[in-house]
Write a protein that binds this ligand. Sequence first.
Ligand SMILES: Cc1cc2nc3c(=O)[nH]c(=O)nc-3n(C[C@H](O)[C@H](O)[C@H](O)COP(=O)(O)OP(=O)(O)OC[C@H]3O[C@@H](n4cnc5c(N)ncnc54)[C@H](O)[C@@H]3O)c2cc1C
Length: 652
Amino acid sequence: MGTWHDYLNETGTPPEWPYPIKFGEETEMEADVLVLGGGIAGCWAAITAARHGAKVVLMEKGDVKRSGSGGPGCDHWCNVPGNPLSRMAPDDWAIQEMEALGDFSNGIGIQIQCREDFDTLLEMEQMGGKIRDTDDEFVGAEGRDDKTKFMVSPRYTRHAGYLAQPGWDQPGFNPPENRYNMTLRIWGSTFKPILKKECLKQGVKVLDRVMATSLLNEDGVQGKRVVGATGINARTGEFIIVKAKATVMATAGSGSLWMMDMEHGGYSSMFSRNESGDSSTMAFRAGAKLTMMEGSNPYRIATGLKHKWYTGGSDASYENVPLVDANNKVLPVPTQSWADGGAMFTYAGPMKDRVQEGIESGEFELPFYGDFAGMKKEESNATWNLMLNEESTTKIMVKTMTEGGFDPTKDQIMDYSFQELQPNENFRDAARGGGILVDWDLKSSLDGLYAAGTATFSPEDHSYAAATGRYAGRKAAAYAKGTGAGKVSREQIDQEKERVLAPTKRTGGIEWKELHNGLSRVMQYYVGAYRSEKLYDLALEEIKRIEENAVPQLYALDPHKLMRSLEDLSMIEHAKIIIQAMKERRLTSAKLGVKRLDYPNGDPEEEKNYLLLRQENGETKFERLPIRFWGNMKEQYEAHNQDYTGVWKPEN
Ligand SMILES: Cc1cc2nc3c(=O)[nH]c(=O)nc-3n(C[C@H](O)[C@H](O)[C@H](O)COP(=O)(O)OP(=O)(O)OC[C@H]3O[C@@H](n4cnc5c(N)ncnc54)[C@H](O)[C@@H]3O)c2cc1C
C-alpha cells in the first residue's frame, strides 16, 4: 500500500488503532535507579547503574534502539584526551576546553568527559561498538594510526583556544604544534542498538514508548527528595508509576519551541523530535534548580527550513572537503583540513565576508560545490564512506546518491551554504545551554535526582552525554545503595494522572499541531529577533491566553496524539521558564546569548554569575551563583572519585 490517501481510497476507512487502549489503567513498579530518557546519556546511566548492582528501570518515549539525537549515528567522538594519540593530558585539556567555551560552560561535565571519555569509548568497544579501522578500509587516510587503527579526525585537532589566535582565518594556519588529536572518527551508527542490547543483558527493565510526565517528590511536597516518576504509554495510554530510590534525568533538551512548520520538516534536525523540554520542565515542577535558561540563538545549521543537515563542503562531516565555485575556482574558505585549519567558516567571520563580496562582484559564480574529486582518494573515501555514512541523517544521502551513481573519487556535490547563509533570527534554539544545575556527583539541587547529557546545564556533545551518563549511573547507584525508598504521595499521583489524561476526555476542540503552532508563533513574534521587557510581557500574556483558552480544548483521540499533546504542555512550561529567565537578565551579553533592545549594554557584575531559577509554591525564585563555582576541576574530580578505576591514569 502506498500513501495514507491510497489507503483511504482502498479501504474507505482509517485503520483501527492497533494497540489495546488502556486510558485510566495503572501499572506500578519499583527500582533502585530509574532513568528517564533512553538516549545516549540514559542508556549509559542505566547500564552503569545496573553494573553497580542496582535494579534499574529505563523509561523512553521512543524505542531505545534508535531513539534520540544520537540514535541514528555519530561520526565524531570529541574531547577524548585520554586516547593514546592525544598530545595533552585530560586535566589540562579540560581547563582549556572549559575556558575556550567561555564563562558559562559546564566545568564539571567537561572534566568528567575529559577524564572518562576514553574509558567510555573502550567500554563501547567491549560491548561490540566499532571504534577503529579493524577492517583496514581506510589505510592511507590522514590521521589513521596504523598501530592502534584509531582514526584521528581533522576536526578539533588544534588547541581549544585557536580561534583567539591571530591568523586563524588564514590558509596555512594549523602548525603541527596546534594539533592535539582530541577527536576520533568512529562508527557511531553501530552504537545505539548495542546500548539497548547491553541494557537488556544487564537486566535493565526497558519501558519503550513510555513518556515520563512528572517527577514524584517525597510526601508530594515540591522541593523534597525525588522518589520516582510517572509516565504514559504512547501506544496504550496506560499510566505508569515507578517508585525509585534515585532518578537520573536524561530526556535531553528541546528543538522545536520556536518552530512548527509541517511543510519544511518543522523542527531542528540537530535535536530529536522527541525532545520537548521535558527535562527542564519536570525538574522545575519538582522544585529543582535550573540555570542558563536565558540564552537563545538562531538556528544556523540543520533546521527544517534549510536544505538538509550540512551543506556539502567544509562543514562538520565534510570538514576536509574543499569548496569550488561553478567554474571550479577554489574558494578562499579553509576547510578543517590537515593543511589549513579552518572550521565551518562558511557561516561567519572574514572568510564569509570575502566570499560574499566575491559573489556580488562576479569573482565567484554560484552554485558552489564540495570538490570530492579534487581530494586525495583515501581522504574522499574516508569522508564519504565513513564520516557521512556514520553521521546520522547523512547516511540516507550517501545511500541515495551512491545508488544514483555518485562516485566520491570523481564527482562533486552541490554546496548550499552560501545560498542559505542568513539564519532567520526568529527561528531560535534554546536547548543548548539551559538545563539542570548539577554538582560534582551530577546530582541536582534535589536529593535523589541526578542529571546527565543534554539535561545538564551548558551541555556538550555525544561523548559528553555518554561519559556523564555513565558517571551519573555510577553515582545514582551508590546513592541508592545507601538509602531506603521514599514515600510517594497518592494525591500527587492522582493530580498528575488527571492532568495527563485530560486531553483524552474530549472528542473535539484543538489538536496538538495547532497548539504547537500557536506557541511557536508567540516565540517567533515576541521572543525572536527583537527582545525587550514589553515584548516578553506580551509573550507571557499570549501564553496565558493559550493556557486559558486553548489548553482546556486540547484533545487527543489516541495515545500517540496524547503524547504529542503532553509535549505541547511541556513546551508551554518550558517557554515560561525561558521568558522569566530572559526578563530577569537585564543586559545584553554575547557570552550569555542574551540581546535586549531595552538593555543594550553589558553588566560586568551580572556577568559574573549564573542565574538560577526554581519554583516554590507556584512562584519562581531567582538566585545567583558565581561562575566557576565548581572549584579546582582536577582536585574536585579526584576528591569525588577516589574509588574510580578507569583506563586513563594521571601517571599515564
Ligand atoms: C544529526 C546529528 C548528528 C550528530 N553528530 C554528532 C557527532 O558526530 N558527534 C557528537 O559528539 N555529537 C553529535 N550529535 C549530537 C549528539 O547526538 C547529542 O549530543 C547526544 O545524542 C545527546 O545525548 P542525550 O542523551 O543528552 O540526548 P539524546 O541522545 O537525544 O537522548 C534523549 C532521549 O530522551 C528521550 N525523551 C525525551 N523526552 C522524554 C520523556 N519525556 N520521557 C522519556 N523519554 C524522553 C528521547 O526520545 C531520547 O531518546 C549529533 C546530533 C544530530 C542530531
